[in-house]
Design a protein around this ligand. Structure first.
Ligand SMILES: NC(=O)c1ccc[n+]([C@@H]2O[C@H](COP(=O)([O-])OP(=O)(O)OC[C@H]3O[C@@H](n4cnc5c(N)ncnc54)[C@H](OP(=O)(O)O)[C@@H]3O)[C@@H](O)[C@H]2O)c1
Length: 339
């Protein structure tokens, strides 16, 4: 089968907010597959905050980076039969030919491709969210780093996003009191009514410092930080003695030129006086335990303990809008594009 693929080529590195003109959509004629090769057709593609940062480390001219769930429509590999779904780090493209034997095991530190595990009635898109990279980031990044104990208080920023919404629910599973900080009343309602968060703060309409003092008068034990900036400074000044902070992301400054060394608030007094343990991580740390995280999150979903939501944008031609919208907070739960 000869197919024509569409792909997004990065023609300009982002300056400030990404712009549609930073990409062009290009057509590419794919060759017929050979032995050990498969042809995958993208069904769902992921748009993620890391893309805003990481494309800077690649030259222009690359196919935009990203993970997708593709359906195998042609195969010359018995391990990857036609009809199965493959989760692959193939980039923003509609069709991909890969050689299963030759393909590198990891790309950007994560498994390059694998057959989507058995997920029952769930949609294949969960392979990009709760049962994929964000789900594993929540599971390992929270539990391994914060070492939470029942009865403790957890604050999550970016709480209504793909990772934050799961971290808060895992906190509830582990018996913590959970406070989520998110950017709209609708998001806060969802966190409380469906995800079981105990409390929420809308950082756009409420004073985080004042509200957090009311909600956690004795202080915060664990902070899962998705956003950095002022929100995180405020939380860290309200930590308990020996509090633990898992630094996952700093989306509030992704459009800022870090090399310009913008002025920041001073955190050392809080770190020293509360003897905080602050640890950053990259999810690649747990690449060898990938399927373990997926299996645990799937079990929690099946037990009704873990809820997930996806904000689905339709159409490959709307990839950029989905990406830009996610960076601005238009998503609740995982931002996904359905081809
Ligand atoms: N360390 C790792 O290995 C790793 C892996 C994956 C992701 N991450 C990081 O984890 C974080 C969450 O990722 P995700 O995939 O779950 O994304 P997400 O939370 O689903 O989407 C991004 C969200 O960030 C919020 N946001 C945007 N600008 C903000 C600002 N100035 N201040 C506060 N919040 C802002 C928006 O929600 P609101 O409406 O609430 O503003 C938006 O919905 C990101 O920082 C990402 O880079 C890290």
């Amino acid at each position: 089968m000869m197919v024509t693929c569409k792909k997004y080529v990065l023609v300009k590195h982002f300056e400030g907010e990404p712009k549609p003109s930073d990409f062009v959509i290009v057509e590419e004629q794919l060759p017929a597959i050979k032995n050990n090769e498969i042809l995958a057709e993208a069904e769902y593609l992921s748009v993620d905050p890391y893309m805003r940062l990481h494309v800077d480390s690649f030259p222009t001219g690359i196919t935009m980076i990203g993970i997708q769930v593709g359906k195998i429509i042609e195969s010359k590999s018995s391990k990857y039969p036609v009809g199965k779904r493959v989760v692959g780090n193939f980039g923003w493209r509609t069709h991909t030919v890969i050689n299963i034997e030759d393909e590198k095991k990891y790309s950007m530190g994560l498994p390059h491709n694998y057959i989507l595990p058995e997920i029952g009635d769930l949609p294949a898109s969960v392979g990009l969210g709760v049962l994929g990279m964000p789900g594993n980031t929540a599971y390992f990044g929270f539990l391994d780093i914060c070492q939470p104990k029942a009865g403790e208080t957890l604050v999550v920023s970016g709480a209504a996003g793909a990772i934050g919404s799961l971290v808060g629910q895992i906190g509830k599973i582990k018996g913590l009191t959970v406070i989520g900080i998110a950017g709209s009343d609708d998001k806060c309602q969802w966190l409380k009514n469906e995800c079981g968060f105990d409390h929420t703060i809308n950082y756009k309409t409420q004073n985080v410092d004042v509200e957090l003092k009311k909600l956690a008068p004795d202080g915060v034990d664990c902070y899962f930080d998705n956003v950095g900036g002022d929100i995180s400074t405020t939380v860290m000044y309200q930590m308990k003695l020996f509090g633990r902070v898992s630094v996952c992301g700093h989306i509030s400054s992704y459009n800022t030129d870090i090399n310009a060394k913008p002025k920041t608030t001073i955190l050392q007094p809080a770190i020293i006086s509360s003897q905080l343990k602050i640890e950053g991580f990259i999810i690649t740390r747990w690449a060898d335990k990938w399927q373990e995280g997926i299996a645990q999150n799937l079990k929690w979903i099946q037990e009704g303990k873990l809820k997930y939501r996806e904000t689905v944008t339709h159409g490959f031609e709307n990839m950029f809008n989905a990406f830009a919208g996610m960076l601005k907070g238009e998503n609740t739960g995982k931002a996904i594009v359905k081809v």
